[in-house]
Ligand binder design. Structure first.
Ligand code: C5P
Length: 237
């Protein structure tokens, strides 16, 4: 497998063409950003953790019937993925109130929702990723109504599967963000599933084990990323 031209550079990953047209080469970076790029830094070995942890989750999701873009690991920091036609939406699923929902509703972080909440955001850095609903998605032509419903359903299924794994690792899944795309006419899960894109709290101590440690200058950022990876790997091996 050969890495060819750089196609896209995001905040946390670089995406390259490969000599096989249907695949992309994804290289995970240690660069960290928050608040729509306003805060910048580095988290040592984040690329390594996010690549390998995402691979573990993608493999489990595939086994449970969720199609994902993951093909195989190429190195500690690189993976081969299917070349999806990305839907410009972020699907956020929440079990416990935190982050922007806490601010928006004026509810304290840690409030347990009686059922999972699914939200859609339109991916646009300049607009700060505004929240939208299913009717905006269909009316704007970002995806069909059917696809908009499907990605929300898939989000809830991913939530159940991840919760099942994480609880065994002593981790509470607070919320997370997913991205989807179309490949050969079918909806696939893309992007990554990592401490950058999820909130994880230790079940016992409620200590934060995710990017909020970087966002909020809580310290022990690297340790938290390594800890989640170590625990999930132990559960799945
Ligand atoms: O900021 P907010 O509370 O809406 O984030 C909800 C979840 O989605 C968090 O786990 C956060 O890490 C993730 N997220 C993300 N990328 C974004 C926005 C949110 O990974 N652009």
């Amino acid at each position: 497998m050969e890495k060819l031209e750089l196609k896209y550079e995001g905040k946390a990953k670089r995406v390259y063409d490969t000599d096989e047209k249907e695949y992309f080469w994804v290289a995970y970076k240690d660069d960290a950003t928050a608040f729509n790029g306003e805060k910048k830094g580095q988290i040592v070995d984040k690329g390594l953790v996010n690549n390998q942890l995402s691979a573990l989750f993608f493999e489990e999701l595939e086994k449970a019937g969720i199609p994902t873009h993951f093909v195989r690991l190429l190195s500690d920091r690189d993976m081969l993925v299917r070349r999806l036609d990305m839907i410009p939406l972020e699907v956020v699923v929440r079990n416990i109130v935190a982050g922007s929902l806490s601010k928006r509703l004026g509810v304290e972080e840690g409030f347990e929702l009686s059922r999972p909440v699914v939200e859609l955001y339109y991916k646009d850095d300049a607009l700060g990723d505004p929240m939208v609903n299913e009717s905006h998605v269909a009316a704007m032509g970002w995806a069909s109504g059917e696809t908009a419903r499907k990605i929300q359903e898939m989000g809830l299924k991913v939530n159940s599967i991840l919760q099942g794994i994480l609880v065994k690792a002593g981790i509470q899944l607070i919320d997370f963000k997913l991205e989807f795309g179309i490949y050969e006419g079918k909806v696939y899960l893309g992007d990554e599933i990592s401490p950058d894109t999820c909130r994880y709290w230790d079940i016992e101590t409620r200590e934060k084990l995710d990017k909020d440690r970087f966002r909020r200058d809580l310290g022990k950022v690297e340790e938290a990323y390594q800890e989640v990876y170590r625990r999930v790997k132990a559960v799945l091996s």
